[in-house]
Design a protein around this ligand. Structure first.
Ligand code: NAP
Length: 264
């Protein structure tokens, strides 16, 4: 099943679940930036919520809002029974600590899955694992390589793959080219999240049965979005960019929102 088909089918299931609830779930999106990419992501999240019959409320604050004021707004939402899930759109203005904001969100409403005490899985890795599970990917004992070790993508991805009993190797900018070639050639699953357009290409060898999941989003000289892998690598499955992991991440957010309502 393509990612688009998978996402459409899952949204149908979520919509049925929402229809069976007494009250539709409500997602609060807090924005304190003037970033056109964030605006586009937020539009997508509002559209997704609407498609499953959930409410999405956007609260925009000026970029010079203080950290204390923003935390006070989050705390208000933490105590508001009408709000089931809260996300704070990144990036934050430079004078506001991402870590402080992450800790301010009530873990029970933290549908982004960023708070260390939350039971929600972070959206990008969750979306990927849900899709691969639906595709029947045999996680147990599979050699998984994660390229990139950021707090927000690479590390949570590696952690979730470990939970699925993969043999996980995390590669980063200090890994030698020789070691990258070695690990990639033995990988059953390659998840790339480095933000380098077309970094994975035909110069590396891959198992023909391998699966490549491309998290990268890079703006090319052509003005279009491209992944970290060149399209059409000789593997069994490669996720496209755009129309790939971005859609899975969005799906995971609305599915966490439903979980937040069920676990209330
Ligand atoms: P990031 O914070 O910049 O981290 C990049 C990671 O890649 C770092 O760990 C870095 O290693 C590693 N790296 C950089 N160059 C490398 C190289 N040549 N070889 C191996 N590793 C290398 O980026 P991020 O937030 O994790 O995001 C990564 C990409 O995913 C970006 O394109 C971003 O736009 C995209 N993204 C997509 C979604 C989605 O929903 N589709 C969600 C989030 C992010 P060091 O640690 O050694 O510096």
């Amino acid at each position: 099943m393509t990612i688009k088909e998978f996402v459409a089918a899952q949204k149908g299931i979520l919509a049925q679940e929402v229809a069976s609830l007494e009250n539709p779930p409500t997602l609060l999106i807090i924005q304190a930036n003037e970033n056109p990419a964030s605006d586009a992501y937020i539009r997508g999240k509002i559209k997704d919520a609407g498609e499953i019959g959930a409410n999405a409320i956007l609260r925009r604050f000026p970029v010079d809002i203080s950290e204390a004021e923003l935390i006070a707004e989050i705390e208000k939402a933490n105590c508001d029974d009408e709000i089931d899930g809260i996300i704070v759109q990144l990036p934050l203005p430079p004078h506001i600590s991402e870590a402080h904001i992450k800790f301010a969100v009530n873990p029970k409403k933290d549908v982004d899955g960023f708070h260390p005490l939350t039971s929600f899985d972070p959206c990008t890795p969750k979306g990927i694992i849900d899709y691969l599970s639906a595709e029947g990917f045999p996680f147990q004992g599979a050699n998984a390589v994660v390229l990139g070790r950021s707090e927000i993508v690479g590390k949570p991805m590696a952690k979730m793959l470990l939970k699925k009993n993969c043999n996980v190797t995390v590669l980063h900018s200090k890994t030698t080219q020789e070691d990258k070639a070695f690990y990639l050639a033995h990988a059953d699953l390659i998840v790339v999240a480095i933000g380098r357009l077309g970094y994975l290409n035909e110069s590396f060898a891959y198992k023909p049965s391998a699966v490549i999941v491309d998290i990268g989003i890079n703006r090319g000289e052509d003005g279009k979005l491209h992944g970290d892998a060149v399209p059409g690598l000789p593997v069994a499955l490669q996720t496209p960019v755009p129309g790939g992991v971005g859609l899975l991440t969005r799906l995971a957010l609305i599915s966490n929102l439903l979980l937040a309502v069920k676990e209330k």
